[in-house]
Design a binder for this molecule. Structure first.
Ligand code: BGC
Length: 760
């Protein structure tokens, strides 16, 4: 791509009668370029210069797709095409121009980084930077201007099919991780596209769900992660969600897009439709949509191919302008935003950091995975395994032999390599412990997505009874049994477009684990999922690890944790409910909503609309557990280590604050016998408020690595926003003077330190 752009630039410059600069030219030669092509000029100057030269047709051309993932540049002016790609966990392989099938490139196998739930479970903002940086370098190498991620929607119900692509039930944790992911990625000159704005919290009826949510809940729970990614992270792109809010589609929503995102937060980037999320020209024009992708329609009948001129922001928009229905300034503003992101991500301006499948990227993926894995239970310190003692290991379960990077929707990848759990475990124990395998259950055996085929065949015709008895018989002779199970990327598991339908583990895994536990007390359950699942057997097994979707290095990471090469330090980014009814949305019958009227989709098609009222309001996740005094199986923020930590005390920067700023210095000591990392979590409790507030809310965290016996003072600073609620009377954040208590510890249910202070 670089070469063709340079050639084109040279041609343009020649046609303008200027002296062309050869690749990467000097200051004096580049200054002869027209302003819009001159990388030494400010982006805004380049944008205005380009805009002034463009015809209406050229402006229209750059604001809608020309293929599945690209939009046109301005060939006459030498402005290159704009290429996007999924996202968010690796750079998706190229598909055909107007098909979802593979383009068949030989240079698009990538590294799969761990899913964003795993990243969030590390509670390590520096790791989020590394994630963005590594992914940005891969995107850069592949010539992509924009990565379609990160996903920062709130994990509202464990049924959410895309929760594995999102980060947390808590807006502060999701927001902080997103900010650094955005910065890390954009430092490579590759734009993010933070998605899906907003209120995309479940997948069933995703095109037709109209979310009804009160203003306070919207502001306190569902918007902050986006707000932080935009205001703190400086995101260059945001993608609208499919669903509706106030009966208007979110790809062009007057309140969300125009008023909040663009006006209030000052977002100056490009607002992109989700693929096929646009249904009407007038609404898209007026509702703040800047770029339309994936409509796959001629505006009348769904399903036309290569119908890009018939997109809602294409010919129909141009005709409306010619007829005087729409003014040119609105088009200019859309084109301006598109040009801005084009110049911000100008390939000729990018630092030369593009690289793919490098050793650094594999080690980044491994590090992110290692810090994200959560040790949920470890009775009698059964873990880590000590390979030097020898013995027999039995590995059971389909997920031990299943590639998880294929499937799940748009985040599906074509990896250069994926280490399966069984491969990682075998490699780590080779020559020390014997490793046998039993399938235990058969789940999803498809192993193919959009033409990318998984490396192994999973078909097994044996009935469940045979699989269970084989596993139980082998288990009775083993020293340890490692069950690698959980969910997968098939429909109704962890998969785009579909929600889960059952909180229980699928394919009879609970029965299998109960049977194994009766045969051998030393069961270690490695759960792979992006969601919590019901664990009726948890009292009968000594150890459990939450291993997420770990990408290319999955097997190595799991083996590292099992053998203690890595001391686990991840903390749950969501509540692990004991029962589905312990989640507010389900307890209150507020999911998945009720049919109410219709909504117009592309092609004038009236589809039944579903109204989903978020009746639990601000009480999402641990906020609801606190309110109802519910004890979950594992609390938000929970995660064990092979060492132990003590919280030795907290000091405040002052007893009171006028502007809300406060610094807490927290003493932490590694009191165990091995090195490890701890996450200091700080929650704010408002001692007295004029409105109903959650008992506590996460407002600060910091990760600290300590050698055995070592102590450290960890500083956490908060600001006024940490003390505030959204005041619906004034439509503004409000921090009420009074007393607040900071609750500090290593999990939302273990907060031994308390510090009280006043807001004057
Ligand atoms: C998904 C987006 C994705 C896009 C392009 C849509 O169906 O919702 O998250 O980026 O497809 O693949």
């Amino acid at each position: 791509m670089n070469k063709s752009i340079l050639a084109l630039t040279a041609a343009i410059v020649a046609s303008l009668g200027l002296q062309a600069c050869s690749g990467g030219g000097t200051k004096s030669s580049t200054s002869k370029l027209p302003v819009y092509l001159d990388p030494d000029k400010k982006v805004e100057a380049r944008v205005e210069d380009a805009l002034a030269r463009m015809t209406t047709a050229e402006k229209i051309d750059i604001i809608h797709a020309q293929s599945k993932f690209s939009s046109a540049g301005v060939p006459r002016l030498g402005i290159p095409e704009f290429w996007t790609d999924d996202g968010p966990m690796g750079v998706r392989p190229d598909v055909l121009w107007d098909e979802w099938e593979q383009a068949g490139q030989t240079n698009d196998s990538c590294i799969a980084f761990p899913a964003l739930t795993a990243l969030a479970a590390s509670w390590d903002v520096d790791l989020a930077t590394l994630y963005g940086k590594s992914l940005g370098e891969e995107a850069n190498y592949r010539g992509k201007n924009m990565i379609l991620g990160p996903g920062v929607n709130i994990i509202r119900t464990p049924f959410g099919g895309r929760n594995f692509e999102y980060m947390s039930e808590d807006p502060f944790l999701a927001g902080k991780m997103a900010v650094n992911y955005v910065r890390g990625l954009q430092n490579n000159g590759v734009a993010v596209c933070v998605k899906h704005f907003a209120l995309n919290n479940n997948e069933d009826n995703r095109f037709t769900t109209n979310v009804i949510v009160d203003d306070r809940t919207l502001r306190e729970i569902y918007l902050p992660a986006f707000e932080m990614a935009v205001k703190e992270g400086g995101a260059w792109g945001v993608m609208g969600a499919y669903n509706l809010y106030k009966n208007q589609h979110n790809c062009y929503n007057e309140v969300l897009t125009n008023q909040i995102l663009k006006k209030e937060w000052g977002f100056d980037g490009v607002y992109i439709s989700d693929w096929g999320g646009t249904h009407d020209t007038e609404q898209a024009v007026k509702g703040g949509l800047d770029m339309e992708f994936g409509s796959w329609t001629n505006g009348l009948n769904n399903g036309s191919q290569n119908a890009y001129d018939s997109y809602f922001l294409a010919d129909a928009y141009e005709k409306g302008i010619e007829e005087g229905k729409y003014d040119i300034s609105t088009l200019d503003e859309k084109a301006r935003r598109v040009l801005r992101v084009m110049f911000r991500t100008d390939v000729r301006n990018r630092p030369n950091t593009g690289s793919m499948n490098s050793e650094e990227h594999y080690s980044a993926a491994r590090k992110i995975g290692s810090e994200g894995v959560v040790l949920l239970k470890n009775e009698g310190n059964i873990l880590p395994l000590d390979p030097s003692k020898g013995g027999k290991i039995l590995v059971v379960g389909e997920n031990a032999i299943k590639m998880m990077t294929v499937g799940g929707g748009s985040s599906s990848l074509k990896v250069q390599n994926e280490v399966l759990p069984i491969e990682g475990i075998k490699a780590a124990l080779e020559g020390k412990m014997s490793v046998d395998y039993a399938r235990g259950y058969v789940g999803d055996t498809t192993g193919e997505y959009n033409g990318v085929v998984a490396k192994q065949k999973l078909y097994d015709p044996r009935p469940a009874s045979t699989l269970i008895s084989e596993a139980v018989s082998k288990a009775s002779k083993a020293d340890y049994v490692i069950v690698v199970g959980g969910l997968n990327k098939a429909p109704h598991q962890d998969d785009e477009s579909y929600d889960r339908t059952d909180y229980a583990l699928p394919y009879g895994q609970s029965e299998l684990i109960e049977a194994l536990a009766a045969a051998n007390p030393k069961i270690i359950f490695v759960n792979i999922s992006g969601n919590p699942v019901e664990l009726p057997f948890i009292g009968k097994i000594p150890a459990m690890i939450q291993a997420w979707y770990l990408g290319s290095e999955a097997g190595n990471v799991i083996a590292d944790v099992l053998t203690g090469k890595v001391n686990p330090s991840g903390k749950l980014p969501f509540t692990w409910y004991a029962r589905l009814e312990d989640c507010g949305a389900h307890a209150l019958g507020a999911y998945p909503g009720k049919a109410n009227g219709t909504t117009s989709l592309a092609g004038g098609y009236e589809a039944p609309k579903v109204d989903e009222e978020y009746k639990e309001g601000i009480y999402v996740g641990y906020r609801y557990e606190d309110k109802e005094s519910i004890t979950p199986t594992f609390a938000f923020g929970h995660g064990l280590s092979y060492t132990t930590f003590e919280f030795t005390g907290v000091k405040l920067s002052s007893k009171s604050t006028k502007d809300g700023a406060m610094t807490f210095t927290v003493g932490v000591k590694n009191t165990g016998s091995c090195d490890g990392a701890e996450v200091v979590q700080l929650y704010i409790h408002d001692n007295e408020a004029s409105v109903d507030r959650p008992y506590k809310e996460l407002k600060g965290f910091a990760r600290v690595f300590l050698k055995a016996g070592q102590s450290a003072n960890v500083k956490i600073t908060i600001d006024k926003r940490a003390l505030s609620f959204w005041d619906t009377k004034t439509s503004a954040w409000k921090a009420e003077p009074g007393t607040f208590t900071a609750l500090i510890g290593d999990s939302s249910d273990n907060l031994p330190l308390k510090a009280t202070f006043d807001l004057k």
